[in-house]
Structure formats: structure tokens, C-alpha cells
Design a binder for this molecule. Sequence first.
Ligand SMILES: Cc1cc2nc3c(=O)[nH]c(=O)nc-3n(C[C@H](O)[C@H](O)[C@H](O)COP(=O)(O)OP(=O)(O)OC[C@H]3O[C@@H](n4cnc5c(N)ncnc54)[C@H](O)[C@@H]3O)c2cc1C
Length: 263
Amino acid sequence: MKTEKVDVLVIGAGPAGTVAASIIHQAGYSVKIVEKLKFPRFVIGESLLPRCMEALSEAKFVDAPEQRGYQKKYGAKFVKGEAICDFTFQNQFTDGWKWTWQVPRADFDTTLANTVQEMGVPVEFETTVTAIRFNGSDSVTTVEDINGNQKEIEARFIVDGSGYGRVIPKLFNLEKESVLQPRKALFAHTVDVNRHMDAEPNRITAVVHKKAPGSGSSHSLRVLHHLVSSAILLSLKDLKVPMKKSTVRCSRPNLLPRNVSVV
Ligand SMILES: Cc1cc2nc3c(=O)[nH]c(=O)nc-3n(C[C@H](O)[C@H](O)[C@H](O)COP(=O)(O)OP(=O)(O)OC[C@H]3O[C@@H](n4cnc5c(N)ncnc54)[C@H](O)[C@@H]3O)c2cc1C
């Protein structure tokens, strides 16, 4: 079987994998990313925090996303009943970024993957990690491309950036059951035709629903132009009514920000 050698092998080309690979590359080590899918690919999770900007900055990943024109986000609003807490990221006790982006992940992740490749880090798409074995202090990883061709990659270190793939925990039986209450997430992208353009749209909004205390919340914000991202988290016991794939319902539409046009 064909064998390659690198200092560090990164599994997954999501933000975790590409940020890690960029920083390792800048430190002078040889690094390679293997990614199971072809990009762009859909992933949920568009809301960055200002703290994320520190990692993106260290990875030299600020200029390329800036050029993509993602929406800048300046704060967060939490709504529970009649109570509203409105935070802006500028109100800080320590130094740090005062804004971040809300990103369409397929485009954002592709932008970071393109940027890391331009830096000189190879990314092999449609290549899946199927096995890892440790050889003294080194590792040998078996990968397989979509045509079924296998090869081995020897690496001194492995970074598992496989997200929900959980490659190392699965391969080495390290998975543990969560102690948290199991929840389901329903999410949708909707087109907002009635957006008003004052400061409010640049907030993420979280709504705690009274009928599902401790478990129900939703948030929404434009991710690009008129696209709004909404998610509802529910404990399994509250998830009784089957919902159509394209339907978003809310029992208290008045609690949603004015910029959400679908209820
Ligand atoms: C409803 C919902 C809302 C969310 N909202 C937010 C949010 O607002 N903000 C936020 O920060 N997060 C949010 N998240 C979480 C977010 O989706 C993840 O935390 C984030 O995508 C993790 O990024 P990552 O780079 O670690 O992994 P990913 O982006 O998942 O990338 C991992 C990559 O590894 C690849 N991979 C998997 N297995 C293999 C393999 N065997 N070999 C090679 N490659 C492999 C995958 O194809 C994938 O591209 C949300 C999650 C849910 C469910």
C-alpha cells in the first residue's frame, strides 16, 4: 500500500481542522488535511462568538472571510416572557474583539479550506479515515478515497477535527454517554423579505419558551443578504408533534425579532 509521511495529519476540513492546520503550518511543520466530503457541503452552526476571531486571526483567516462580505454581528439578545436582555459585544471587562461574523457555513468552510491550501497545506477531499494504529510514538492512518483506493499516512501527531464524525472516539471506543438531557434541534433557513436595516438585525436573538422550561429556545439571524437562520432546541419529551420539513411554527410570534417573517 502507498505510504506518505507528514509531521501532523488533520482529520476534517471544518473550521477546527483548517485553523489547526494553518497554525501548525506557520510553526514550520509539515501538515496535511484529509476530508471525507467534497466542499462546499452543508453544516449547521453559523453563529460565531467574538472569541472565535482570536483563533481565526492567529490562523491568518480574517482577510479572506472579510472579502466574502458576511454579516457582521455586534451583540446578542435574550428574550424570556416580557424580559429582554440586550448585550453588545463592546461592553467588555477585558480587551478583545468587539464584533464577529454570522456565516453561511458551506461558503465559510470552503473559504477557509481554500485559504489554507493557498498557504501550502494540502487538503485531500473525498478521502475518509478508516483506521488508525499507533506505532511506538508515531501513528499510521489508513485513508480511502471515493474510488476505494487506500493508502497509509504516517504522522507524528494527529489532530481530530472531525466534528460530529468523532473519528478517534469511535475508532478507539472512547465515546461516553452525555450526562445532559437529550435534545433535538430543528433548524431552517428562511428568506426574510421584510428586513429593517437599523442596529437590531445585527444581533443574534435567543428566545426561551415558557412552555418548555429549560429546554426550549430558538435563535435567528440573517446569515447572508436576506437569508435568516432559525433553530429550535427541544427536549425529546417536548417534541411530540411531527413537523413538515419546510414548516417553522412559533406559538409566540410577537417574541421573535421583527426581522423574522416566517412564523
Ligand atoms: C442546531 C444547531 C445549531 C448550532 N449552532 C451553532 C452556532 O450558532 N455556532 C456554533 O459555533 N456552533 C453551532 N453548532 C455547532 C456546530 O455545528 C459545530 O460545533 C461545528 O460545525 C464544529 O466544527 P468543526 O470544525 O469541529 O467540525 P465540522 O464542521 O463538523 O467538520 C468536521 C469535518 O470532518 C469531516 N469528517 C468526518 N468524519 C471524517 C472521516 N472519517 N475522515 C475524514 N473526514 C471526516 C466531515 O466531513 C466534516 O467536514 C450548532 C449545532 C446544531 C446542531
